[in-house]
Design a protein around this ligand. Structure first.
Ligand SMILES: Cc1cc2nc3c(=O)[nH]c(=O)nc-3n(C[C@H](O)[C@H](O)[C@H](O)COP(=O)(O)OP(=O)(O)OC[C@H]3O[C@@H](n4cnc5c(N)ncnc54)[C@H](O)[C@@H]3O)c2cc1C
Length: 428
């Protein structure tokens, strides 16, 4: 039951129906004040709608991850981009610090299940190193989430708990040579043989797969269309081969792998959830993953803004620093506005997910807008840096190469637009 005290010029809106439009999750402080419509001043205790403040916990998590990112991640980001070195030691430390448990319940090794906190954490890592941000997001949203959402208690104990601790990473094998945007067209096949499945097929572009303790892989379990199931494939199992030979434009220190399964035999208990539910499962997983890729886009765009502000305050031409030229100021203003808008969209999608409300449309919009914001911000950041922006002495050329992936991975921009348009039509 809500507990409100209402005061203001009218005192006419004391009925609960009117007041309930202000309800929202507000757990930062038990008391607070908002100015609502009609200049009403509502003093409330409990929950209200429309509050833009982060909770104390969320602020603490954001600040902690920001500090970690600046101290531990940023210093080596450029060198890792050059060598392609995978930051395994940093990723292990992130697990120990509890970063991977942010969106999961305490029962399963998490810290309470806040998608908002998790999105803030991905943003802060992505702000200094998008490759590491991608590894983080793929581990949590694509690798851990399927086991968390659809796994049995035994599967969670065996796979999820160590993954959340950072003992190993987790990967999600959906994409195949013939099944990209149309992921339902998977050719990987799992043949049932009494209590086991024999799985054969190839997955491509799989993030984290070499350092993964397990890969959640989709496979057809019937000759009929879209009868797909998800399996937990443990690393090291006979018939599984993982290679990481791609030479990439960006995200160079993120691990991208090919996964070959040649008659990999797993017990029936390695299936996730019910047989044949894999198609709907991966749609759910991708909805959640889009929030994290959106958060990564916000991080990259913010990183571009940070670098551009700093450079424009130092670089002098025509006797003035660049930030005195209106042409540069307008670029900075547009970048700041889009970063803010993208962040709000990501946080709204995360908030809806935390409220257990439908969020697929908002997640697609947030992913689409934030990834395209990152790309635009990176282009402008390079422009603001002039020739220096084309050199790898500054992080903006790395951000530009990294940002491109955000418009492709976990559903291209074209696919996001299709999802959004489909959701605009009435449901059958
Ligand atoms: C670095 C990296 C990491 C990745 N990590 C993972 C991972 O961890 N797990 C995983 O499973 N996958 C992963 N992927 C794969 C990624 O999700 C796919 O690349 C992406 O979904 C696009 O599929 P595709 O590459 O086959 O492109 P295609 O589907 O071949 O698309 C090519 C072009 O056609 C467009 N197109 C396709 N269909 C339509 C349509 N119906 N209407 C209009 N346009 C269309 C696309 O938008 C795109 O522009 C990763 C990819 C990269 C590059």
């Amino acid at each position: 039951m809500l507990n409100y005290v209402v005061s203001g010029d009218a005192g006419i809106c004391t009925n609960v129906d009117y007041l309930t439009i202000f309800r929202t999750a507000f757990n930062y402080s038990r008391y607070g004040t908002i100015r609502g419509r009609m200049n009403l001043k509502l003093t409330y205790k409990g929950e209200i709608y429309l509050n833009w403040d982060l909770t104390a916990d969320e602020q603490l998590i954001r600040d902690t991850v920001r500090e970690f990112a600046q101290e531990k991640v940023e210093p080596g980001a450029s060198a890792r981009d050059e060598t392609g070195e995978f930051p395994w030691a940093i990723m292990q430390e992130m697990g120990k610090l509890g970063f991977y448990g942010l969106p999961f319940s305490e029962e399963w090794g998490g810290s309470g299940g806040s998608t908002i906190s998790y999105a803030l954490a991905v943003e802060e890592i992505g702000r200094v190193d998008a490759s590491l941000g991608l590894g983080f997001a793929a581990h949590v949203s694509l690798g851990c989430s399927p086991v968390y959402l659809f796994g049995t208690a035994k599967q969670k104990e065996q796979y999820l708990l160590p993954a959340i601790r950072g003992d190993f990473l987790a990967a999600f094998g959906l994409t195949e040579p013939e099944a990209g945007s149309d992921a339902g067209g998977t050719r990987t096949f799992a043949e049932r043989d009494e209590d086991v499945y024999h799985i054969s097929g190839t997955k491509i572009f799989i993030t984290n797969a070499k350092h993964a303790g397990y890969i959640v892989a989709t496979a057809r379990t019937d000759r009929t269309e879209r009868h797909i199931s998800s399996f937990v494939i443990p690393q090291g199992i006979r018939g599984l081969q993982v290679t990481a030979n791609y030479k990439k434009m960006g995200m160079r220190s993120s691990e991208t792998c090919e996964v070959f399964m040649d008659n990999v035999t797993v017990p029936h208990e390695n299936i996730l959830g019910e047989p044949g539910k894999g198609f709907h499962q991966f749609l759910d997983i991708l909805d959640g993953g889009r929030i994290s890729i959106g958060a990564l886009g916000v991080g990259v765009a913010q990183g571009c803004l940070d670098a551009s502000l700093s450079y424009s305050r130092q670089r002098k031409q025509f006797g003035k620093t660049l930030n005195h030229f209106q042409a540069i100021q307008f670029k900075l203003a547009d970048m700041a506005m889009e970063v803010e808008l993208a962040r709000m969209m990501v946080l709204k999608a995360a908030w809806l997910k935390d409220q257990h409300r439908p969020f697929a449309q908002e997640a697609a919009m947030a992913k689409l807008f934030a990834s395209e914001t990152a790309m635009r911000a990176a282009l402008q950041a390079v422009q603001i840096h002039g020739g220096a922006g084309y050199m790898n002495d500054f992080p903006v050329e790395r951000f530009m190469r990294d940002a491109k992936l955000l418009e492709i991975g976990e559903g291209t921009s074209e696919i996001q637009r299709m999802v959004i348009a489909r959701n605009l039509e009435p449901k059958d």
